[in-house]
Design a protein around this ligand. Structure first.
Ligand SMILES: Nc1ncnc2c1ncn2[C@@H]1O[C@H](COP(=O)(O)OP(=O)(O)O)[C@@H](O)[C@H]1O
Ligand SMILES: [Mg+2]
Length: 379
């Protein structure tokens, strides 16, 4: 954890001095900043500075710890929290762990804080070693093709990279990934969330369906009520777990900027917004791009169902959207219809399938498998 940044929010003077002593003399002399203002200004600072670790004095919290941690992680989903308290009071320890703190340390800090730092450093190495990429697909409005693109790109990524790929349906209300991938009725993303505390490799293997070797699928629930809505922190934890198990995690995020898509944004490496040329879809696309202004560098625009002839050039369209297009996928309704009716994804020789393959190869940064029959839109 040599490059990690620390923020210290400890008001008890004796605790503060002890903590500073440990930080200054730790092996790699941890870089840190201190915060001594109000809770609201701490929240702001977490959002602005995005430290990796917060040392938080429990005695001065103005609100319940679990709520406090949720507010902190809203600003920085990856924040690790070391809860500090003068004594090893079992009630405080239990509430710190239940509240979502990563570590609990008490006086004397010399030993306990140093070992907590070591444990966090080890955990960090383990997660960086096994950090899959998370790619999200979001439809500018329903029907633009987020599900179709997610399923084909997931299959193509596996073909191209031969790595472990997970396709997860986070369109909890109307997810169709399970249907398109022909997964027999099975566990869903919600089962992953319900079992978060005991998720490990073997339980995960029991929850997902192996569509083919190297391509696992976890569908949306068959029945969903708003009472099942997972909270943000649980979703983030599930994604963080998924990326320890798979090299690529492909998410179908449903349509428009819904609450699930917003909740997981921080965990996503690349977010593809899928639109068609329909005016309503393009309007939806612009609204999402505007709403995600701060996440701008993650956004990629994809035009789907692109007609052979368009009455607007690619350059003109890009000017209207204020961004370049990452890909333009052709329109081939009949082939999709036939494949889905036969219970398959598109055949590899199909032109749209080859465009999905090119698209996946661009995401993976590898050479496309088939280069024949280039789709030449926009000249
Ligand atoms: N490139 C394409 N060409 C023709 N039809 C498409 C294409 N992509 C998707 N479709 C069709 O559009 C419809 C909506 O696609 P879907 O993937 O379910 O969209 P979303 O998940 O965004 O609601 C489906 O009937 C699908 O077969
Ligand atoms: Mg869909």
């Amino acid at each position: 954890m040599t490059s990690a940044t620390f923020l210290l929010h400890v008001q008890d003077e004796a605790l503060r001095r002890e903590a500073l002593e440990v930080l200054r003399h730790s092996v790699n002399s941890v870089p840190f900043q201190e915060h001594s203002g109000t809770w609201d200004s701490l929240i702001q600072q977490i959002g602005a500075v995005k430290p990796d670790v917060l040392l938080l004095d429990l005695s001065v919290l103005p609100l319940e710890l679990s709520v406090a941690i949720r507010q902190l992680r809203f600003q920085n989903p990856r924040l690790k929290v070391i809860a500090i308290h003068a004594t090893a009071d079992p009630h405080v320890i239990l509430s710190a762990m239940r509240g979502g703190a990563n570590e609990f340390v008490h006086c004397p800090l010399k030993e306990s804080l140093r070992s907590a730092l070591d444990r966090l450093a080890l955990g960090d190495e383990a997660t960086t070693a096994a950090r899959g990429k998370v790619i999200g697909f979001l439809s500018a409005k329903g029907g633009c093709g987020a599900t179709t693109v997610s399923c084909h790109v997931a299959a193509e990524l596996q073909n191209l990279t031969r790595r472990s790929v997970l396709l997860a349906d986070l369109d909890l209300t109307s997810g169709l990934v399970g249907f398109l991938m022909k997964t027999p009725s099975s566990y869903s993303v919600l089962d992953g969330i319900k079992n978060l505390s005991r998720l490990d490799e073997s339980l995960w293997k029991a929850l997902v369906i192996e569509h083919k070797p190297g391509l696992s699928v976890i569908p949306a629930p068959a029945v969903y009520s708003r009472w099942d809505h997972p909270d943000e922190e649980q979703l983030i934890q599930l994604l963080q777990f998924m990326r320890t198990q798979h090299e690529w995690v492909i998410l179908d995020l449903g349509r428009s900027l819904n609450s699930i898509a917003s909740a997981v944004l921080g965990e996503i490496d690349q977010l593809f917004l899928i639109s068609t040329l329909e005016v309503v879809a393009l309007h939806g696309l612009k609204t999402i791009v505007h709403g995600l202004f701060e996440q701008g560098e993650k956004l990629r625009l994809v035009l789907n169902r692109t007609p052979k002839t368009m009455n607007i050039s690619r350059q003109e369209l890009e000017k209207v959207l204020g961004r370049s297009l990452y890909a333009a996928l052709p329109n081939d309704y009949m082939s999709l219809y036939q494949s889905y009716s036969n219970g398959n994804l598109l055949d590899a020789h199909n032109r749209l399938a080859q465009e999905f393959s090119r698209f996946a190869s661009k995401i993976a940064g590898v050479q496309p498998m088939k280069t024949k029959k280039k789709f030449a839109l926009f000249g």
